[in-house]
Design a protein around this ligand. Structure first.
Ligand code: ZN
Ligand code: ZN
Length: 311
């Protein structure tokens, strides 16, 4: 028989060991470790860890404004080795450029998410592209031309028309594309008519072509935009993930509470109602798993990001 102290000691040991055991089990849920490239930092450190554990995710790359760097450090301290981070700041101001520079010196591994009402080929963004090359970090960009709610405005405008010239002009900058316009333009017939077009994909779209032609462009399949693109046309998706297996990066952009779909998964975005009540991370990992071989799944869910972020 255990006495009371021995019994409590045993309970304590089991409780303390549980999170590690749980993490191991959840990491293997997908058959590969997973890194979520696109995870907006949450104010409470525990809330960040809850989403990772709930969705079976090993590590996440926190996206944070420069002003939130204390939050980033608190999350990293709460779970050593599970979080890297990218910093975003407005490149149209000298303070923004300085904040990006200082963030990289303080450990940020990239710029992002860069989501501003600026033209993709405007002078402000071009300053950020040049700085990313100089500091040798990738830049993650939100491209969107169709409002999610009235008068939202456009973000990194001009992707389809002007971004190829940017890729040519900044060959030493590593770009990571994301969001509506980036993923809708995988289909050649897209003309900004909807945030999330549906139906089969017309081969030869601009994003597909750019991913194939430019070694300095990667794609972040997070959010409803990435999930929608991967879900439209299973035959196309299997071929697409095979052709771009070294260029695609898993990310969630999920804001659900628990990694299982409670709360709101795509905040501020009524157009993404198809993912209501679902965890975007789980939904997108499920599509990827269905569409890719285990080797390719592992690259997209894990190892491509490790290489790119120099982890
Ligand atoms: Zn975004
Ligand atoms: Zn989620």
């Amino acid at each position: 028989m255990l006495n009371r102290r021995e019994f409590l000691g045993l309970v304590g040991a089991v409780t303390a060991a549980a999170p590690a055991v749980l993490r191991g089990a959840q990491a293997s849920e997908w058959g590969s470790p997973v890194l979520d490239l696109h995870f907006h930092v949450r104010p409470q450190p525990a809330a960040n860890i809850t989403h990772l554990d709930g969705a079976g995710i090993t590590k996440a790359n926190l996206l944070a404004r420069a002003a939130a760097s204390d939050q980033v450090r608190a999350v990293q301290a709460a779970a050593p080795d599970r979080f890297t981070w990218f910093c975003s700041a407005d490149p149209s101001t000298p303070e923004g450029i300085e904040a990006l520079t200082q963030a990289v010196k303080a450990g940020a591994r990239g710029f992002g998410e860069m989501k501003y009402h600026l033209a993709t080929d405007g002078p402000e963004f071009q300053r950020a592209y040049a700085l990313a090359a100089e500091l040798r970090v990738p830049i993650l960009i939100h491209f969107q031309e169709v409002d999610h709610f009235p008068n939202e405005g456009t973000w990194s405008t001009g992707f389809a028309k002007n971004f190829e010239r940017i890729l040519k002009t900044y060959p030493k900058t590593t770009f990571i594309g994301h969001a509506d316009a980036f993923w809708a333009n995988v289909s050649a017939d897209y003309r900004n008519e909807a945030a999330y077009p549906s139906g089969s994909i017309a081969r030869g779209g601009i994003t597909d072509k750019l991913l194939g032609d430019y070694p300095n462009l990667y794609g972040d399949v997070s959010a409803n935009s990435g999930n929608n693109m991967l879900s439209r046309d299973p035959e196309f998706t299997a071929d697409f993930v095979r052709r771009h297996q070294d260029k695609l990066l898993f990310g969630s952009d999920c804001s659900c509470a628990d990694g299982r779909g409670s709360g709101v998964s795509q905040a501020n975005n009524p157009a993404a109602s198809r993912l209501a009540g679902k965890c975007v991370a789980r939904e997108t990992l499920t599509v990827l798993k269905r569409s890719a071989s285990p080797e390719i799944f592992r690259k997209i869910a894990w190892s491509n990001a490790l290489t790119l972020l120099k982890i």
